[in-house]
Design a protein around this ligand. Structure first.
Ligand code: ADP
Ligand code: MG
Length: 240
């Protein structure tokens, strides 16, 4: 439709895939179109965010529509919020259904920073958002860990998948899996760990998304083998 095309052109958004949902005109549409709870809009105001960035305009509706997504947008363009907001909206309320969402980050520093941002965005709701620390790995009976969102590096999460029977982490109920800086996660040094986490998240109705500043062909090829009916969203120069 005309309006979608105009908005995408204006913000340098390129999409491919079937029936790609309309981009957001503004954050207000999160509540008018998607019934977003008021605490989330309030948090945007508190953070001082007035307009969605281009990647947020397109990736948020894609994920809210229950579609899997590959997204490429420059560093500093607000990718974290683009995957955290839809996740918070979809999870709705805290629950004790095991680990419901996983965010994979290629370094511990990025995982820690993403956890902090996630908590800021979730303020006012009682979601349990956990960072996989050494402490947590050592002392936790994962079968009893109340956790809505788990943020980890692939290495640490893989170690918990491989633990002895009882203490092993169960990822079979994960509903949302985000691979942040996915090009790094699929590099040779992390590929095997990333792959075991992706496999352990065995819920057939899982929604996976990849966010990155570059999207090399080999990453897209690997990802296409596991994702279904994914939408590709690219912001900026298509060929960069
Ligand atoms: P990326 O992951 O794309 O590199 P980040 O998610 O780390 O980018 O965001 C970069 C900065 O932009 C952060 O400081 C974040 O708080 C800020 N930011 C995110 N979304 C918005 C927005 N809609 N308006 C203004 N600033 C934003
Ligand atoms: Mg980022």
């Amino acid at each position: 439709n005309e309006r979608d095309l105009r908005l995408r052109k204006k913000y340098g958004i390129h999409v491919s895939g079937n029936n790609v949902p309309s981009p957001l005109q503004g954050f207000a549409e999160l509540s008018t179109r998607y019934g977003c709870e008021s605490y989330l809009l309030h948090n945007l105001v508190k953070l001082g965010f007035k307009e969605p960035t281009p990647i947020q305009r397109q990736a948020i509706p894609v994920l809210l529509s229950g579609r899997e997504c590959f997204a490429k947008a420059p560093t500093g363009s607000g990718k974290t919020l683009a995957f955290v907001y839809p996740m918070l909206m979809k999870l709705k309320q805290p629950s004790k259904d095991g680990i419901r969402a996983v965010i994979l980050c290629h370094t511990r520093e990025l995982a820690a920073q993403t956890t902090r941002e996630c908590k800021k965005m979730a303020k006012g709701n009682k979601f349990r958002i956990k960072l996989m620390t050494k402490e947590l790995m050592r002392n936790t009976d994962f079968t009893k860990l109340p956790c809505d969102i788990l943020v980890s590096t692939p290495r640490r999460l893989q170690l918990c998948i491989c633990k002895k029977k009882k203490k092993k982490i169960d990822l079979s109920r994960v509903e949302y899996l985000v691979l942040d800086e996915s090009d790094k996660l699929f590099e040779r040094s992390l590929l095997e760990q990333t792959d075991s986490v992706v496999k352990a998240c065995s819920n057939p109705s899982i929604i996976r998304s990849l966010f990155s500043a570059t999207l090399p062909d080999f990453v897209e090829d690997v990802a296409r083998t596991v994702m279904h009916d994914a939408v590709r969203v690219i912001v900026g120069d298509k060929n960069a």
